[in-house]
Write a new protein. Structure first.
Length: 330
């Protein structure tokens, strides 16, 4: 199981993000132009001489190419293995992706993904904290802050530049997890953007982030997957990644109520801090009796995992069974 003694240091980072004053996401819509032809104008004349006939047929338009994943194809698995960093700019305690120059981090992630390929095509991942749980209620009482649209846009452009997948991580606080996913629709209609839910920060009435673990359940996970499936169908998108991080068995209740949805790859990512032995124990607990159609992921911590121990090697991670299909570093 996880090393609970290391967790308070991780939670102390909430104060950093709460003080950052992140602005809300905004979206805008446009209008389409109408027909500008004057009323009563005659229809356009056919080309050629009067009375002449043409035997040639109009040249057919080339078929529109269907949207694909950043490295090609329309299905994530089993073709790809995902690997990347998570984080938030200006909050180093929340992950390596939030530190240093973004292009440099993307190049590091490329190398990391290559390390974990193991016979698959590597797909780098930038997991940006798009909704961050706060230790204070905030003006709307939700105990969460949304990352600004400008920041999401900057990370999406970086993902496009480096042919990477952008995952938008949601720590709901007391807000509805599904509502927070829907608020990110303008990004999720892109073929290279997916969702990561952090349910240990999903709090019930009277609960406060950092005081205890939050939770989700198989029914809510199905609702989110169903919404993503609808976007995939509506926009003819490639398979959409839907990750949920799980630090303990209690964080996802009634997991077998989850129902896989067309066009959505659900990934249970084992969280938890500690030595290699402790992390293997957490992994074994979390992947036991895995629901049908569920893929697996594994999370490592550069700082917390090495306090009194060491970071697991990529060979040790790939030796886990089932083999993780997403590996994420914080």
């Amino acid at each position: 199981m996880l090393d609970s003694t290391a967790e308070p240091g991780r939670r102390s980072a909430l104060a950093v993000t709460a003080a950052a004053g992140l602005s809300l996401l905004t979206a805008c819509a446009g209008t389409a132009d109408g027909d500008a032809s004057p009323r009563g104008a005659p229809p356009p004349r056919a080309s050629g001489t009067p009375g002449s006939r043409t035997s040639s047929s109009p040249t057919p338009k080339p078929a529109k190419k269907r949207p694909e994943l950043p490295r090609g194809g329309r299905e994530l698995f089993p073709r790809h293995r995902l690997a990347g960093y998570c984080g938030l700019p200006g909050a180093a305690a929340l992950g390596r992706l939030g530190t240093g120059e973004l292009d440099q981090r993307a190049r590091e992630i490329e190398k990391l993904a290559q390390t974990y390929a193991a016979g698959r095509e590597p797909l780098p991942v930038l997991e940006l904290l798009a909704v961050v749980a706060n230790s204070s209620a905030g003006p709307d009482g939700t105990y969460r802050t949304r990352t600004s649209a400008d920041t999401v846009r900057r990370f999406h452009k970086a993902a496009q530049k480096h042919r990477a997948l952008l995952l938008l991580n949601i720590q709901p606080g007391r807000a509805s997890a599904l509502a927070e996913v829907k608020a990110l629709r303008e990004w999720l209609v892109h073929p290279d953007v997916g969702v990561a839910l952090d349910p240990e920060w999903e709090m019930g009435p009277g609960e406060k982030p950092g005081d205890s673990y939050g939770s989700t359940d198989g029914g809510e996970l199905t609702e989110i997957a169903r919404y993503l499936s609808g976007l995939v169908r509506e926009h003819d998108l490639p398979e959409k990644a839907f990750v949920f991080h799980q630090v303990a068995t209690s964080v996802v209740e009634d997991q077998h109520a989850f129902r896989p949805q067309p066009g959505v790859a659900a990934i249970k990512c084992a969280d938890g801090i500690g030595s290699p032995g402790l992390k293997r124990g957490t992994w074994n607990d979390l992947v036991r009796n895995l629901p049908s159609g569920m893929h697996t992921g594994f999370k490592l911590f550069y700082d917390e995992d090495t306090e009194g121990s060491r970071l697991m090697t990529h060979k040790e991670v790939l030796a886990l069974r089932p083999q993780p299909e997403y590996v994420m570093y914080e």
